[in-house]
Write a protein that binds this ligand. Structure first.
Ligand code: SF4
Length: 330
């Protein structure tokens, strides 16, 4: 393996209980950009940082480009561009960046998510400028070299640019997925078995339903037909299907449908007045008058007084720590 800056080859501590999330170092305020500046993102650096274990990485610094440094760009074929100096196209750092991205991606075990800086020829995920060989024209059709290899290594992990986290539904969707992955890793640590996988699926049912009815049906079939299947390949198919389903953003309509389902489940236990109150709360949320936290809190209140084991274990009611407050914003 090539020798890279040790500081940037991160070996996450295995006993850290928070979900591990990689991040472009400039997004949390590190002065690692080509001009010695940063692109600090307040949500990532001030809010998310308190609830996940952020792993800051600057690929350009890690491969030995200093600060400040010559600016670099992608050139050539947008599917396989080269990473070169803007003023000197002979300064080609594609190979070293690819080797670094390979080495770093292999080190990132049990990663729950990654946030990358948009537009960067190293970190950008989509619509990164790729220039013609003479450097005079460009098309926004590229992906940064580090981002491409990271995504190839970690196909089901939520990997987003910071722009996707700039609105409430994008943030909620990302945070939701990283906590699902953390529960997945915990289950694997406890030992994967058909019963464990069935239980994992059961507690995530309503959550998946809110994001994708198609995904919900597919995963149900996968679990129903698991007898005699190899657990390793079944678990890989399951987690890939689950993460792909959760990528769809839930909306007021799909959340309201799930809330109605849960109300239907509870209806024999709650009083007429409680039913009327809950129904009104769901309708009010569906119309956009209240946030998701309003009907969810009412549901949780009723479930506390009318306990039901199946509902109490549903992740949908508490997918991540309340303290993040994201359900007050969607
Ligand atoms: S975008 Fe990536 S390579 Fe550029 S400064 Fe930020 S972390 Fe470093």
């Amino acid at each position: 393996m090539k020798q890279f800056n040790r500081y940037m080859i991160i070996e996450p501590s295995s006993d850290n209980r928070l979900p591990k999330v990689g991040v472009s170092a400039c997004l949390i305020g590190r002065n690692v950009r080509y001009d010695g500046g940063h692109k600090r993102d307040m949500f990532i650096a001030d809010v998310l940082d308190k609830h996940v274990y952020l792993i800051p990485i600057c690929p350009e610094l890690a491969i030995g480009l200093g600060v400040p440094r010559e600016t670099i760009q992608l050139i050539g074929d947008h599917q396989r561009p080269r990473l070169v100096g803007v003023s000197d196209h002979n300064h080609d750092i594609t190979d070293i960046m690819e080797s670094y991205a390979d080495a770093q991606s292999n080190q990132l075990n049990e990663l729950c998510g990654y946030i990358l800086k948009k537009d960067s020829p190293s970190c950008g995920i989509e619509q990164v400028k790729v220039y013609s060989k003479d450097g005079k024209q460009f098309k926004r059709r590229g992906r940064g070299i580090f981002a491409r290899i990271l995504m190839e290594h970690h196909p089901f992990i939520p990997i987003e640019e910071e722009l996707q986290l700039s609105n409430a539904t994008g943030r909620e969707n990302f945070v939701n997925r990283i906590y699902v992955l953390q529960r997945w890793y915990t289950m694997l640590h406890n030992g994967l078995s058909p019963a464990q996988l069935q239980e994992f699926h059961t507690i995530h049912k309503y959550l998946v339903m809110a994001h994708s009815q198609t995904g919900y049906r597919r995963l149900g079939k996968l679990i129903a037909n698991q007898s005699g299947q190899d657990m390793d390949s079944l678990s890989k198919s399951y987690i890939c299907g689950l993460m792909s389903a959760l990528r769809h953003r839930a909306n007021r309509g799909s959340h309201s449908n799930v809330l109605q389902y849960i109300m239907g489940y509870l209806k024999k236990r709650i009083s007429h007045d409680e039913k009327v109150g809950l129904s009104a709360s769901i309708d009010s949320y569906r119309r956009g008058e209240t946030p998701l936290s309003a009907p969810i809190n009412l549901l949780k209140y009723y479930i506390r007084f009318h306990p039901d084991e199946y509902l109490q274990k549903q992740v949908y009611l508490q997918p991540y720590p309340d303290i993040i407050g994201l359900r007050n914003t969607i």
